[in-house]
Design a protein around this ligand. Structure first.
Ligand code: ZN
Length: 68
């Protein structure tokens, strides 16, 4: 059975105290980072992602394998 991997990131995994249930899924880490940056800009009013936040985001990204 072929399987496929994707990357998953939950806002909660990065900053539990924000209490945000947003989750993003994409095929690459770059895409996840882009979507996460977009989300934090529009929802959390963060105009830019500080480097320490970017590190936190990167380490919170999980790889999920699904059977297709
Ligand atoms: Zn959020």
């Amino acid at each position: 059975m072929p399987s496929k991997q994707y990357k998953k990131l939950g806002c909660m995994d990065v900053e539990p105290k924000m209490g945000c249930a947003f989750e993003v899924r994409a095929e690459t880490e770059d895409e996840v980072m882009r979507l996460a940056a977009d989300h934090s800009k529009t929802i959390h009013k963060m105009t830019s992602m500080p480097p320490d936040m970017a590190d936190k985001v990167k380490s919170a990204i999980k790889t999920v394998t699904v059977n297709v």
